[in-house]
Design a protein around this ligand. Sequence first.
Ligand SMILES: [Zn+2]
Length: 312
Amino acid sequence: MRKAILGLDLGGTNIKSVLFDPAINKIITQGQKPTQAGFGISRVVDNIVSLIKDNLDAAKISRHKITALGIGSAGLVEKGMVRNSPNLPGWQGSVPLLKLIRNKMPGVDLPILIENDVNCLVAAEYAIGAAKGYSEVVGLAIGTGVGGGIIVGGKLVTGAHGGAGELGHMTVKMDGPLCKCGNHGCLEAMIGTDAIIQRFRQHSHSDATVTVAQISKLAKSKDPAAIKTLSETGKLLGVALASIANIFNPQVIVLGGGVIQAGRLLIDPAKQEMLKRVMPYNAKGLKIRTARLGPVAGAVGAAILTYSYSAK
Ligand SMILES: [Zn+2]
C-alpha cells in the first residue's frame, strides 16, 4: 500500500478534492461536491465529511492508505478555526471547522490540517508549479476576492494568528471604495472582479451585465473601453506588485485566479507600473509568472502543506 494525502479546497461553489501521492508529487484521483453554502454551516460540513468518506473508499480500491488530510479554506485560519470568510454566507464570525468535522467522523482518526486557501495555492505553485526551485515566493490570486500567500526561506509565513499574507487588503487608494473587510481602498476593492466590471461600465457608458471573461474577450478584439479597463486595472495591480517587491524582495511573484486569464493586456501594464515604482535593485531578476496548476492548485497545496507539516 502506498501512502497518500487527501487535499480539499473549500470554495464558495464547490469543494474540490485530490488524492495526492507526496512521494512522487502526483495526483491519483480528483473529485468535487457542491459546497451548498446557502444551506448553512452544518450542510457544508456534511458535504466535506461525505467527500472525505468517498475518498477513503476510493483509496482502498487504488490500494492507497490516506495518512493525513489537508483542507484549504477562505478566511483567516488558526488551529482549525476559520474567521472572516465573507464568500461563505453565515461564516462571518469564527467557525470551529476542525471540531465540526471531527464530531461528524467518529472513529476516523486522521491528522487534519486546515490552512488558508490562497496559502495552499501558493504552496502548490512553490512545490511543483510556477515557482518550483525558488525559496522566496509571493502569490496573488485575483478573482471576486484577492488573496495572497508568502513563502520566505522556503516556509509559508502565517503570522501570529494565521492572518499573514492578506495582500488583497493592503490599501492602494486612501478613501477608495469600501471593501468587504470594512476598510476603504483595499487592493481587492480596486482590482477584484466587481471593481473591474464597474470600471468597464464607466468606460463603456453602459450598465449591461458583463463578466471579466467577456471584458477580456472584448479587449482582445480591440474594444477601447475594455482595453482601458484592463490597462487601468493592470496599473493598480502594478502599484501593489511594487510594494510586494519592496517588502519581500521575492524571486518569483505568481499571479493566479480567474482575472489573470485576461493575459498580457492586464499583466503588461502591471509590470510597467511596477517597474516605475519599485526600488530598482528589488526588481533585479524578479519573475512575474502566471500560476500553472489550474483549478486543483488549492487542493494539491492543502495536501502538500499537510505532508510537509505532519505526515512524513
Ligand atoms: Zn479589504
